[in-house]
Design a protein around this ligand. Structure first.
Ligand SMILES: Nc1ncnc2c1ncn2[C@@H]1O[C@H](COP(=O)(O)OP(=O)(O)O)[C@@H](O)[C@H]1O
Ligand SMILES: [Mg+2]
Length: 390
């Protein structure tokens, strides 16, 4: 899959600009604050239906304007042209995404149709990040290859919200007897167990499968002395020898029962996949160590870069529909955070990937990339560029 053309209207600092992109490497350079990241953000909004930086739609409307639009023309793996259009109107607070002439209303049918991987300075901190940051990263990744997972996650989240509002309501009004409250909670808990276990099993499968992809990228960047490992941390008792649905359901039910009193006291759901964590580890000479506590700055970065670059192979091999084509890769200003050796390795890896968009303030990085890329399309983003209306 390739993005051929992008048009922005009243999107952030772009009054009206159009870009034609190359199917290989698009090297976007310019001074800070000129609008490089904004271009990548617009691409992510088309592919993910939201900004990779989680910017609100309101904040994307150009100062003084009332609406923005982003239009992207894509070519997919089998030469099918598709147009995606994302529009937002501030007054009506209405957002629409059009796939061709059809308005996208069911996200589960859309997600993964335009697969995308983003690596930004924020992602480089993932190994220091919160459980939420990590769950968000992997939920988005798994959802791009599994609509079932996306659906289960959505159902699960909805039940958690309903259960939380019951718990909160009880804290405020105490209008239920303890017996009635516990009965209602156990009904929600039964539903949580069904969806929660499906999510849990998919995540465990994912970790197992992802290991090979990440190890390969890690080795290519750092040599082979370490093996990156991701462990899943949950209050649900997971016996790796017995991952049957029945035994996991029992463990999860027991946990929910044991937490019921404290959940009532605190007014919030405390156990399940929405609280779980991914632990990043490295193995050296048979010994495991926690990246968060023991890794050097450089090891942190190698861990995360290898993780993000591994997402390419994982999506490519697991894509829902083989006609979609390979994911697009966005690298937002990450070179300034890395040493030359790592940049060289990254360049040699991504040259085998699909379409790449890279932003930087330093045009000299082009020389490193030239060693791996025969052709580079360069875009100089200047203040003037963003002011013209086409
Ligand atoms: N809603 C908006 N309207 C107009 N300009 C905006 C809006 N949001 C952000 N900007 C401008 O966009 C610029 C930042 O763009 P960005 O893509 O982050 O720059 P960089 O080239 O450093 O990546 C800033 O100058 C900021 O003022
Ligand atoms: Mg930027």
């Amino acid at each position: 899959m390739f993005l051929d053309n992008l048009s922005l209207e009243n999107f952030k600092n772009y009054a009206g600009s159009s870009f034609s992109f190359s199917p290989k490497l698009n090297f976007i350079y310019g001074e800070n604050g000129n609008g490089k990241t904004n271009i990548l953000e617009a691409i992510s909004m088309l592919c993910y239906t939201r900004s990779f930086l989680l910017t609100s739609d309101n904040d994307c409307v150009k100062y003084g304007s009332s609406a923005f639009s982003i239009k992207g023309e894509f070519t997919s793996g089998i030469n099918v042209n598709s147009v995606l259009k994302y529009t937002y109107n501030k007054e009506a607070a209405s957002k629409s995404l059009f796939y061709g002439n059809e308005k996208v209303t069911r996200l589960n049918e859309f997600i993964g149709s335009f697969p995308l991987i983003v690596l930004s300075p924020g992602d480089l901190k993932l190994s220091m990040g919160t459980p939420l940051d990590k769950r968000r990263n992997f939920d988005l990744l798994i959802s791009q290859v599994s609509r079932l997972y996306f659906d289960d996650l959505k159902s699960y989240t909805k039940i958690i919200k309903q259960k939380n509002s019951l718990l909160k309501e009880n804290l405020v009004s105490r209008k239920y007897s303890s017996k009635d409250l516990k009965h209602m909670l156990s009904l929600w808990n039964d539903e949580l167990v069904g969806f929660g276990i499906k999510i849990l099993l998919r995540r465990l499968d994912f970790i197992e499968e992802f290991k090979t992809y990440q190890s390969e990228c890690f080795n290519r960047i750092a040599g082979s002395s370490y093996i990156p490992i991701i462990n899943y941390e949950s209050d649900i008792n997971i016996d790796p020898e017995n991952l049957s649905i029945e035994s996991l359901k029992n463990s999860y039910s027991e946990l929910l029962n044991s937490k019921m009193d404290i959940e009532i006291r605190r007014g919030i759901s405390l156990a399940g996949p929405h609280r779980d964590n991914y632990i990043f580890l490295m193995e050296k000479n048979g010994e495991l160590f926690d990246v968060r506590t023991f890794a050097s700055q450089g090891e942190h970065k190698t861990f995360v870069v290898s993780l993000k670059l591994a997402e390419f192979g994982f999506i490519k091999d697991n894509i829902v529909n083989s006609n979609i084509g390979d994911p697009i890769l966005l690298l937002d200003d990450i070179f300034s955070e890395l040493d030359r050796g790592r940049i060289r390795k990254i360049s040699s890896i991504i040259t085998g990937y699909n379409q790449v968009f890279l932003t930087t303030t330093d045009v000299e990085y082009m020389d490193i990339l030239k060693e791996d890329f025969d052709e580079i399309s360069a875009y100089n983003i200047t203040k003037e560029l963003t002011q013209f209306v086409n």
